[in-house]
Structures are given as C-alpha cells and as structure tokens.
Design a protein around this ligand. Structure first.
Ligand code: HEC
Ligand code: HEC
Ligand code: HEC
Length: 131
C-alpha cells in the first residue's frame, strides 16, 4: 500500500514538472515569430542571413535612388536576384500571398513597400521592363 502511494506521489510530481516546463515555453513564445519562407534550395544569399535581415533595406534602397535618379545599373544587390531565389514554390512570387517571402516578414513588421508596383514579384516575368 505504501509503495503505491509513493508511486502516485512521484507520478504527480513528474506531471507538475512537465506542466511547468510547458508553461515556461509558452511564456517564451508569447510573441509569435513570422514564418519566413525558405529560399530556393541549393543557393546562397548575397550575404549571410543575419546581415540580410539587417541590411537589405539599405542595400536595395540606396540602389533604387542610384538607379532611378542617376541611371546606374548592374550593381550588386539586384531585386530581380532576390525574386529568382526567394519566389515561393506555391505562388511563384515573393509577394502574392501572405506566406510569400517578402510579405511574410513585412506584414509581421508592419512594413509596406511599393516596389512591386513597378518590379515583378515573379521570376522571368516581363512586367518590370519599363523602358
Ligand atoms: C515607379 C516605378 C518603380 C518603383 C515603385 C520602384 N522601382 Fe526600382 N526600378 C525602376 C526602374 C525603371 C528601374 C530600372 C530598370 C532597369 O534597370 O532595368 C529600377 C531598378 C531597380 C534596381 C536595379 C535593377 C534590379 O533589377 O535590381 C533595384 C535594386 C530596384 N529598382 C529596387 C527597387 C526597390 C527596392 C523598390 C521599392 C522600395 C523599387 N525599386 C521601386 C522603377 C521602380
Ligand atoms: C542566389 C540565391 C539568393 C539570392 C540572389 C538572394 N537570396 Fe536571400 N537567401 C538565400 C538563401 C539560400 C538564404 C538562407 C535562408 C533560406 O534558405 O531560406 C537567404 C536568406 C535571406 C534572408 C534571411 C531570411 C531569414 O530566414 O531570416 C533575407 C532577409 C534575404 N535572404 C533577403 C534577400 C534579398 C532582399 C535579396 C535581394 C537583394 C536576396 N535575399 C537575394 C538565397 C538568395
Ligand atoms: C526576415 C524578415 C524580412 C524579409 C524576409 C524581408 N524583409 Fe524587407 N524589411 C524587413 C524589416 C524588419 C524592414 C524594416 C526595417 C527598418 O525599418 O529598419 C524591412 C524593410 C524593407 C525595405 C525598406 C522599406 C522602407 O520603406 O523603408 C525594403 C525596400 C525591403 N524591406 C525589401 C524587401 C524585399 C524586396 C524582400 C523580399 C525579397 C524583403 N524585404 C524581405 C524584414 C524583412
């Protein structure tokens, strides 16, 4: 009889520990993180992912000003390049659906970009040829 009681006590203790662990985890992830779509397999970004997360606005923006206002082309951060590697397998686009690469993160961060009004969000489309 005494043995039984001990067993239940142990089981009860284990359950409490488990619950505590689960609750602690839930506490850590109270802020949901965006689900960023994977890039095309077998490729490498133009810089490491942490750098890209931090620097891509200035990489692209700087170039937009240079390209549009000063007519400089063919510099290293190409928007077409981003699209080729980051277009989703499902939609073929970086910005068509909520889960697509650029949108997934931007909607989380409340960022709005107008780039795809002129540039194509899909690889090899002809929309961005505004010459
Ligand atoms: C009003 C139209 C328009 C908008 C909006 C626009 N662009 Fe452009 N962009 C152009 C044109 C025109 C070119 C020159 C096209 C070329 O070089 O073939 C260009 C070229 C570029 C290039 C160099 C060429 C390439 O394919 O990489 C980059 C990078 C770029 N834009 C980034 C951006 C980004 C980032 C945004 C949004 C913040 C943006 N653009 C919004 C018209 C636009
Ligand atoms: C040659 C293919 C390629 C090109 C071009 C490319 N990327 Fe990437 N990118 C990747 C790969 C591979 C990763 C690693 C993560 C993964 O597999 O999804 C990555 C990661 C990233 C990340 C980090 C994602 C995360 O999980 O936090 C960002 C942001 C990013 N890229 C933005 C860009 C932008 C903006 C451009 C265009 C200026 C670009 N990339 C061009 C292949 C590419
Ligand atoms: C890992 C998350 C993430 C991904 C993926 C991502 N972005 Fe961003 N992007 C951000 C954040 C966060 C900001 C705001 C940065 C700031 O304000 O300093 C931003 C800002 C920008 C800006 C500047 C907007 C402005 O008005 O200042 C441009 C342009 C941009 N992103 C382009 C892209 C493009 C194009 C893609 C897809 C190829 C992309 N981003 C994918 C997180 C991301």
């Amino acid at each position: 009889m005494r043995c039984r009681a001990w067993l239940w006590l142990k089981v009860g203790f284990a359950v409490v520990l488990l619950l505590a662990a689960v609750l602690a985890q839930a506490g850590d992830s109270r802020v949901p993180l965006p689900e960023v779509a994977r890039a095309r397999a077998g490729t490498q970004c133009i810089a490491d992912p942490p750098t890209m997360r931090r620097e891509h606005p200035s990489m692209l923006k700087h170039q937009r000003d240079e390209t549009v206002h000063q007519g400089i082309r063919g510099a290293k951060a190409s928007l077409k390049g981003c699209v080729v590697c980051h277009a989703s397998a499902a939609t073929g686009s970086v910005a068509a659906a909520a889960g697509d690469f650029c949108v997934s993160c931007h909607s989380y961060a409340a960022v709005k970009i107008d780039c795809f009004e002129c540039h194509s969000a899909k690889p090899r489309a002809k929309v961005a040829q505004l010459r």
